[in-house]
Design a protein. Structure first.
Length: 146
């Protein structure tokens, strides 16, 4: 997948992760809109990170990352989530790179289990960001992660 720009965020999110639909609908309703009327994250929130937190990170991604067991459907969903995170990292404008970090990557500090799961699914840029974060915080890095 190529990088996602701010203007493509909503379209690419819905294409790659349609499971966000019920959460997206709630975000749109809070602003008296129908989901079909929302073409840009600014219409429903103040930042792309807040938008992604509301519709993906908090309701779907983080609970699954913390789940003791993941079924095949969950595995497939996480693979697509990490593809999406990688695409944020590759934003051609560079604007969504911080969004990826603060909305998703920083969460991997939650526990060793979450971090281990992240390395299982992370794509190259995301993996490099996770390693840099861990080393920056002087957190021991499991040799399997490098």
């Amino acid at each position: 997948m190529q990088g996602i720009s701010s203007d493509e965020l909503v379209t690419q999110l819905m294409r790659l992760l349609p499971e966000v639909k019920p959460h997206f609908e709630k975000a749109a309703e809070r602003h008296d809109l129908r989901m079909s009327q929302v073409t840009h994250w600014e219409q429903v929130n103040t930042s792309p990170g807040a938008f992604l937190s509301d519709v993906l990170a908090y309701p779907l991604f983080q609970p699954l990352m913390e789940s003791p067991e993941i079924n095949a459907e969950g595995e497939e969903f996480l693979k697509r989530c990490f593809e999406f995170i990688e695409a944020l990292e590759e934003d051609p404008t560079g604007w969504l790179v911080d969004t990826a970090y603060f909305t998703f990557i920083e969460f991997f500090l939650e526990s060793r289990e979450v971090c281990d799961r992240a390395f299982r699914y992370a794509w190259p840029k995301t993996r490099a960001k996770i390693l840099a974060m861990l080393k920056g915080w002087n957190i021991p890095v499991d040799p399997a992660w490098e």
